[in-house]
Design a protein around this ligand. Structure first.
Ligand SMILES: [Ca+2]
Ligand SMILES: [Ca+2]
Length: 192
């Protein structure tokens, strides 16, 4: 894929994105224009990404979570998000089907990208999600979900695994699909 510096989205990327998402050419071109406006270099750094995230969570600490999300979006591991990574991320997290979202969630939890989730990875991500919850909302959480450790424990239990076992992608998606209670543990939506 060429390193085109021109203003328009390259034909290769356009074709690729039309195939891998359900977005139309018009939508992709429109987003590309916005992306270029907000990000003239054509790449979002981890710091920029964290700044964007922290604006959505003014009352809590979104830094760790944002780092994990960034890692899951940066599929080619080069430390920046390009337009294609950005659009695919947008597709998976906002307009995708639940299965798609869960596949993305899997990559979020698979911290070392080895294709499996361990209990320590579940703990790590649960801790970063927990930091998104403002203090006053933590008080209202159910007793068995009001610390990062308890949430990790509860989530891990839904997979019926031993402490040293690991979870493959299919098991992860299957275990969470239509499981509202477990799903609520892997996300936090600000109330306002
Ligand atoms: Ca990248
Ligand atoms: Ca892993």
């Amino acid at each position: 894929m060429g390193n085109s510096k021109s203003g328009a989205v390259s034909k290769e990327i356009l074709e690729d994105l039309k195939l891998s998402t359900k977005f139309s050419e018009t939508e992709i071109v429109h987003w590309y224009e916005n992306f270029k406006k907000q990000c003239p270099s054509g790449r979002i750094t981890k710091e920029e990404f964290q700044n964007i995230y922290s604006k959505f969570f003014p009352e809590s600490d979104a830094n760790t979570y944002a780092q994990h999300v960034f890692r899951s979006f940066d599929t080619n591991d080069d430390g920046t998000l390009d337009f294609k990574e950005y659009i695919i991320a947008l597709h998976m997290t906002s307009t995708g089907k639940t299965t798609r979202k869960l596949e993305w969630a899997f990559s979020l939890f698979d911290v070392d990208k080895n294709g499996y989730i361990t209990k320590s990875e579940v703990k790590e991500i649960c801790a970063s999600i927990f930091k998104l919850i403002p203090k006053d909302e933590v008080d209202d959480l159910p007793e068995d979900e009001n610390t990062p450790e308890k949430r990790a424990e509860k989530l891990w239990k839904t997979f019926n695994k031993g402490d040293n076992d690991r979870i493959a992608e299919g098991e992860f998606v299957h275990g969470l699909l239509n499981n509202e209670e477990a799903l609520s543990l892997i996300q936090y939506e600000p109330m306002k």
